[in-house]
Design a protein around this ligand. Structure first.
Ligand SMILES: Nc1nc2c(ncn2[C@@H]2O[C@H](COP(=O)(O)OP(=O)(O)OP(=O)(O)O)[C@@H](O)[C@H]2O)c(=O)[nH]1
Ligand SMILES: [Mg+2]
Length: 282
């Protein structure tokens, strides 16, 4: 069931000094960008430059950053263009007009990263709730045995912001530990989080564009598809702090949508799941 996986070993090493032949080096870098980080943004002008700097400081070779902006009124798109011209061939921007939304932006970004030839694609938020210091661990996982790596708040060693409202804490834990695990019978501790790395082969076969759920339920449905298709999923413990700058775009409507959509998932994917179980036992 699992597609033939392309495995290459990448080690984290320091960036080399700047070349005088910047055009040539940009060209060469574009040829070698193998890992893309996809970041959907909406009104993240206070976070974006800090995040891009923090990612580039990790000095991960063959890495590109793709910012997917939905015409943010606060000028995030213009800032993204500036960052792209400062880091030619490394930072790119996908500007979307009209049809706004997290899911559509993420799907467009993942698909663009694939078109650009990425072998590994990592998705993350722009608000530092997905701290860049875990990127290397997630990439390590998918450069090894895992097909998908999840930055997880609910595996041993993971945690959430200490000042989360008790109701939010309870709901998030309930959604992940009870609802998703028991109802979908999927042994994933953090299915609602969106800090993930995928091998290219997973995204090729996953049909992300067919997923209609939004927000948290998009995260649940996409990982449930991976699970039903038999992909190997690993969880890496992360600490998940609350955003410090900017405002959240999530709301109760999206949380409630996630709750009822999870009920539909088991029904919708029943034949796929039965098939994968048959394949495993065969
Ligand atoms: N392109 C695009 N990005 C979006 C949209 N809505 C949210 N985002 C981005 O998606 C990421 C997650 O959004 P947040 O508002 O932080 O939502 P969240 O992390 O689920 O919720 P909080 O925990 O409350 O922050 C951030 O990088 C946002 O800028 C959208 O409509 N279009
Ligand atoms: Mg957030």
């Amino acid at each position: 069931m699992i597609a033939d996986l392309h495995r290459t070993g990448t080690t984290v090493k320091p960036l080399q000094g700047r070349s005088h032949f910047s055009r040539l080096s940009t060209f060469l870098r574009e040829q070698s960008v193998r890992i893309f980080i996809v970041i959907p943004t909406y009104n993240e002008v206070e976070n974006l430059h800090l995040l891009v700097d923090a990612i580039l400081e990790l000095a991960i070779p063959d890495l590109g950053i793709l910012i997917v902006d939905d015409d943010s009124p606060d000028g995030t798109g213009r800032l993204a263009d500036e960052l792209a011209s400062q880091h030619l061939g490394v930072v790119r921007v996908l500007h979307r007009q009209g049809d706004k939304g997290f899911r559509k932006s993420l799907v467009a970004g993942l698909s663009e990263a694939m078109n650009l030839g990425a072998e590994i694609i990592l998705q993350m938020d722009a608000d530092f709730s997905h701290p860049p210091q875990y990127i290397a661990s997630l990439l390590d996982c998918v450069q090894g045995e895992a097909d998908v790596a999840i930055g997880s708040r609910y595996v041993p060693g993971g945690s959430t912001a200490a000042d989360w409202h008790p109701l939010r804490r309870a709901l998030s834990r309930f959604a992940n530990q009870v609802y998703v695990r028991s109802f979908l019978r999927m042994p994933i501790c953090d299915a609602t989080g969106g800090f993930r790395a995928y091998k290219r082969s997973v995204l090729t076969g996953l049909g992300m564009a067919e997923i209609r759920s939004n927000g948290y339920s998009f995260q649940v449905e996409s990982i449930y598809r991976c699970f039903c298709l038999g992909y190997r999923i690993e969880e890496v413990p992360i600490h998940f702090p609350d955003r410090i700058r900017g405002t959240s775009k999530m709301n109760w409507q999206i949380a409630l949508e996630a709750a009822w959509r999870v009920l539909l998932l088991r029904w919708r994917y029943r034949s796929l799941r039965q098939k994968s179980q048959t394949d495993v036992s065969a």
